[in-house]
Design a protein around this ligand. Sequence first.
Ligand SMILES: [Zn+2]
Ligand SMILES: [Zn+2]
Length: 270
Amino acid sequence: MTARDWHADRDAVFERDAYTCRHCDAVGGDDEPTTLRPSPVGDVPLEGEVHESALVTVCDDCFGTLESDPSTDAVESDELFELVRETTGLQGATISDVAAFASLATSLPATLESALDEETDTDIDDSVSEYRRARRDVLLAIAIVDARLERLAALQSTVGPEIRVSLEAFAETATELQSTLREVVALGETVAAALERCQGCFDGVRASAGATCATCGLTVRETADWRDGDGTLAFDRLFATINETLQGASETTETLTDRTMALAEQLTAQ
Ligand SMILES: [Zn+2]
Ligand SMILES: [Zn+2]
């Protein structure tokens, strides 16, 4: 199976995203020099027709960042400093996006309930597309930071021993932060699954172990851990865990800031 064995309605994806790269905001389309591509996010199976909810519009440059093997060519210390600075900035922005996604996800039960009460389908549709978009954006942002960290990891062997120690410490904390962010996203997705919705496309799904969404092919997130003895969903407990995990992310961010500064001092002293 190769990456080319899947297909998608590219134009529908581009149109939905207003022909704009969801990472860097570069605008493409027929009259623009920027080439756009649909890029898959999340764990949707890459075969046959991939559902639009699992695809995000990116420009060629951002696609390259995501897909290319990191170069191991040595860089100057100012270039390395710039890479670290950019990665930290991107990760900081990702934390805000993940927090916004978490807040959107935790408001889903109330949003759906009030929309159902008032029988306003448009409100539901708006909330659903907002959820889907926010989820795609955070998954893309996390993947871009992953790619940056891979690039930095590839450079570790090219720097002197003192800088390598600091770079490794930085990378270790940044990687820990990445997994915390992924955990928050997974917990946010669990809210959708708890509402018997697919965490990706948000279509209705059966809440049974290992169920697959008929629309997009995702394996629906397990909710068993979040059910009380009588089977009701313990949203309070789920929401509290989301908040605690986000709190953990902000503590890791403080450590990361210290490690970034230590590295920056060494690099600028070169
Ligand atoms: Zn881009
Ligand atoms: Zn789905």
